[in-house]
Design a protein around this ligand. Structure first.
Ligand SMILES: [Zn+2]
Ligand SMILES: [Zn+2]
Length: 177
């Protein structure tokens, strides 16, 4: 996503705005994959102050999520408000000042967009607030079926845990992190 700012560079103080809507490739994030089920939308306004650009706006989309308790798939909307500064400098110099760099007459906002996604996109969510999760013993989805494991488990606490049940325990545990 690139913005030609040739005009704004000559007209310091003048605010302009743009709207982007783009299909966004999945983003790898700490072993998770963020999969977008809607185009990524970015509304950005920007103004040159003689030295750099102050930008602000909203980024939004929808993600395909896996419930951390029962592992079922669902869609989750998210939106992020941002306000960032771009300066005419090298990437390293800009980063030191917690800004983004631009050069010539183009604001390239791809890096900012990716940062906003990585820092703000939801990763761990429940399919619904009262998700019952999976049975830690047989792994069945307790939202759909009801097993009699908990009763049996209480009778025989030394019973070995199946791999599926371990997965269920892991998923149930993740939600607390
Ligand atoms: Zn669930
Ligand atoms: Zn069970």
């Amino acid at each position: 996503m690139k913005i030609n700012v040739a005009l704004e560079l000559k007209l310091a103080g003048k605010t302009a705005s743009r709207h982007f809507e783009e299909d966004y490739a999945p983003v790898e994030l700490g072993g998770h994959k963020l999969i977008f089920t809607m185009p990524l939308s970015v509304d950005i306004s920007y103004a040159f102050d003689g030295e750099g650009f102050n930008t602000q706006g909203v980024l939004s989309s929808e993600l395909l999520m896996n419930c951390t308790k029962c592992n079922s798939e669902f869609k989750q909307r998210f939106s992020v408000e941002f306000s960032e500064r771009f300066i005419k400098a090298s990437e390293e110099e800009a980063e030191e000042l917690e800004c983004y760099a631009f050069s010539g007459e183009v604001l390239d906002i791809d890096k900012m967009v990716l940062d906003l996604i990585v820092l703000n996109a939801p990763v761990y969510r429940l399919c619904r607030p009262d998700c019952k999760g999976l049975c830690p013993e047989c792994g069945c989805d307790l939202n759909i079926t009801q097993c009699s494991c908990s009763k049996r488990h209480a009778d025989d606490p030394a019973k070995p845990v199946s791999p599926l049940a371990q997965l269920a325990q892991l998923l149930n545990h993740e939600e607390e992190v």
